[in-house]
Design a protein around this ligand. Structure first.
Ligand SMILES: [Zn+2]
Length: 196
């Protein structure tokens, strides 16, 4: 009887042990499955996140593509503007050369006019006289009264070959009054300082 009980206890013991083992294994398996599930869910979440990121990137790429297109257009526009400016520059450069040529022509014309004016001025001063242009000659009544060069009094020196207006610094040493026409007839020329 004791022997039977003992065997029964051992059997129960083995059974209990097996039950425990099985239960343990089941728990372990369930735990592993849960872990796997969790991991799978985690992965799924990560995939979802990545998908969302991909979508976001795709959405971002739209504007980026637009920006790229815009930049390409701007670049093209800038190139066109540059080409246009280059053309303008070339045109202006050519035009500038033309203007410079015109300027030279005008300058030559001005020179020509100046020469004509000087000739006219000389002719006019020869015919009408220059007594009014000499301030120092105003002191002599005779010169003020007469406006023609033929009767104007100028002054020569003993040694010089120039005739001077009264008050010229070259007349300090000698001052000989002479009619302008006579002075010219004798070969005297106008002083470069006082103008004669
Ligand atoms: Zn003089």
């Amino acid at each position: 009887m004791q022997e039977k009980n003992r065997k029964k206890r051992i059997l129960i013991g083995i059974l209990a042990a097996m039950t425990l083992l099985c239960g343990g294994w089941t728990i372990t398996a369930q735990s592993a499955a849960a872990d796997a599930n969790q991991a799978a869910e985690g992965l799924r979440a990560q995939v979802d996140t990545l998908n969302a990121q991909v979508d976001a990137l795709a959405a971002d790429n739209g504007p980026l593509q637009d920006q790229l297109d815009t930049l390409r257009d701007e670049n093209k526009a800038l190139k066109e503007q540059y080409a246009k400016l280059q053309n303008d520059y070339d045109w202006l450069h050519e035009n500038n050369e033309e203007n410079v040529n015109k300027l030279h022509t005008l300058s030559a014309q001005v020179d020509s006019l100046k020469t004509q004016l000087a000739a006219a001025s000389t002719a006019s001063s020869t015919s009408s006289g220059t007594s009014s242009s000499s301030p120092s000659s105003g002191s002599t009544p005779k010169q003020t009264a007469s406006n023609t060069s033929s009767s104007r009094t100028v002054y020569i020196t003993k040694t010089g070959d120039k005739y001077h207006a009264s008050g010229c610094r070259y007349l300090k040493k000698s001052k000989i009054a002479i009619d302008l026409a006579d002075a010219k007839a004798q070969g005297y020329t106008a002083c470069s300082v006082c103008g004669g």
